[in-house]
Design a protein around this ligand. Structure first.
Ligand code: GAR
Length: 224
């Protein structure tokens, strides 16, 4: 592995299965990164347990302890920057981030969203996909820009919607592909391939705009 591993911070609110996938991929030597900090806004997040088990530094910053979004986000930035992180990975961090936060990490702030963006931005994507009778769903990793779930998409993986699916069974399938594409996106970033153009509209790959998000097919979710 060439060069030093990229220091990254991972922000969570809940189960932390994407955090776990990144921890495991780093441990297998597949991603040249080191997690310098895991932050949760929720003291009960199971992801904190995963982080502690992996021996990672953790911080709980409960948003209810700050008077407003801006001051909370300033505290977040201080904690992240003090850890030395160069990339911020949102992994089920269920808070809207203020513009100064997003600006501060411009081009080095990633999010994973449970849909094939630009479709199904926002919450409850699995139930909405089922209600609309879609045959395909999926997950996307994107750079974060100030508009919600709107930044340029780096990589996507589709999943089939099967007869009889519930939001829970569909979510499980989406998680399977998330655990493949999020470590992959972090790897690409850590290897220096990824960037975002100055307008925040396009993903750059080795400095050249990507015409379409990269597509990953995770065979296990397509097997009958
Ligand atoms: C993931 O499915 C992620 O796509 C979603 O939260 C889940 C977190 O799971 N994120 C969003 O909905 C962001 N809008 P995890 O805690 O097990 O990684």
């Amino acid at each position: 592995m060439a060069g030093n591993p990229l220091p990254i911070a991972v922000l969570i609110s809940g189960n932390g299965s994407n955090l776990q996938a990144i921890i495991d991929a780093i441990a297998r030597g597949e991603v040249p990164a080191v997690i310098t900090l895991v932050v949760s806004n929720n003291a009960d997040a199971h992801g904190l347990e995963r982080a502690r088990r992996a021996g990672l530094p953790v911080r709980v910053l409960d948003h209810r302890d700050w008077p407003d979004r801006e001051s909370y986000d300033r505290a977040l930035m201080e904690a992240i920057d003090a850890s030395g992180a160069r990339l911020v990975v949102l992994a089920g961090f269920m808070r809207i981030l203020s513009d100064p936060f997003v600006e501060h990490y411009r081009g080095r702030l990633l999010n994973i969203h449970p849909s094939l963006l630009p479709r199904y931005k926002g919450l409850n994507t699995h139930a909405r996909v089922l209600a609309a009778g879609e045959r395909e769903h999926g997950a996307s990793v994107h750079f974060v820009t100030p508009a919600l779930d709107d930044g340029p998409v780096i990589v996507q993986a589709p999943v089939p919607v099967r007869p009889g699916d519930t939001p829970e069974t569909l979510a499980q399938r989406v998680h399977q592909v998330e655990h493949v594409i999020y470590p992959l996106a972090v790897k690409w970033f850590a290897e220096g391939h990824l960037g975002m153009d100055p307008e925040g509209k396009r993903v750059l790959w080795d400095g050249r705009p990507l015409d379409h998000p990269r597509q990953v097919r995770v065979e296990s979710v397509w097997a009958a």
